[in-house]
Design a protein around this ligand. Structure first.
Ligand code: PRP
Length: 216
């Protein structure tokens, strides 16, 4: 059994929770605290591991949350559905936490009419799956950030990226051509931990669902 996957017969050590650094962190902590898991992340933004009586928090890039949870180093985590889709991970996602809502969309310069032959994206798997689903032969160019720049410069004909407020589109005269997927934060659980730590995780999941329902 990987370290961190719990022990048979009970919760021998505090839960290990993988959380993304950045704008989702505060909402994730608030949701978990409201559900009865008072996690502590005091000590400064550069501290990556926060051990407390009710749980250990590991702070990481959002794309790494599915990796830590899938391999059992973390029992649970919070991550966006967009990141989960791109990861291809098959970890349990029992709760849609309903915050950090956004969508993954196909984006082009306003008025663009030519064929889409190259798509740039931080979500190359999602972009490739979208193209395959439509039987289109498209070259996908993986980028790390500010991907809208790719279709402003001619690096690509279109991008697949997150749209949240739409401010980036408006500021760069870009148009949202098609919504590929809706996204929001998900509570994710390692498969072994879900069984081995069921006594503490089942009520936590129930309370997280109640809190998410309250968000509408
Ligand atoms: C994300 C995304 C868009 C922007 C969309 O970028 O890639 O660029 O936010 O949000 P909006 O619709 O509210 O404008 P992020 O700020 O995460 O930076 P990055 O591109 O460097 O990853």
């Amino acid at each position: 059994m990987p370290e961190g996957a719990g022990t048979r017969g009970g919760a021998a050590r505090p839960l290990v929770v993988a959380l993304p650094k950045g704008r989702v962190l505060d909402a994730a902590l608030a949701a978990l605290r409201a559900a009865g898991l008072p996690l502590d992340v005091d000590g400064g933004a550069r501290v990556l591991r926060h051990d407390g009586a009710s749980g250990s928090v590991l702070l990481m890039r959002n794309a790494d949350v599915p990796v830590y949870v899938d391999l059992g180093v973390a029992d649970v985590g919070v991550v966006g559905k967009d990141v989960l889709m791109e990861s291809g991970s098959r970890i349990y996602e029992p709760v849609d936490l309903r915050f950090a809502r956004c969508r993954l969309s196909l984006i082009r310069p306003s008025g663009a009419t030519g064929p889409v032959r190259r798509i740039a994206s931080k979500y190359p798997r999602v972009a490739a799956a979208w193209a395959a689903g439509r039987g289109r032969h498209v070259e996908v160019i993986p980028l790390k950030g500010n991907v809208e720049l790719a279709c402003l410069t001619g690096l690509a004909d279109a991008v697949v990226d997150v749209v949240e407020t739409g401010a980036t589109l408006a500021a760069n005269d870009l148009a949202e051509i098609e919504t590929i997927a809706e996204s929001s934060a998900r509570f994710v659980v390692n498969r072994a931990a879900l069984k081995l730590r069921a006594a503490e995780l089942a009520p936590l999941i129930d309370r997280l669902r109640e809190g998410a329902d309250a968000l509408g």
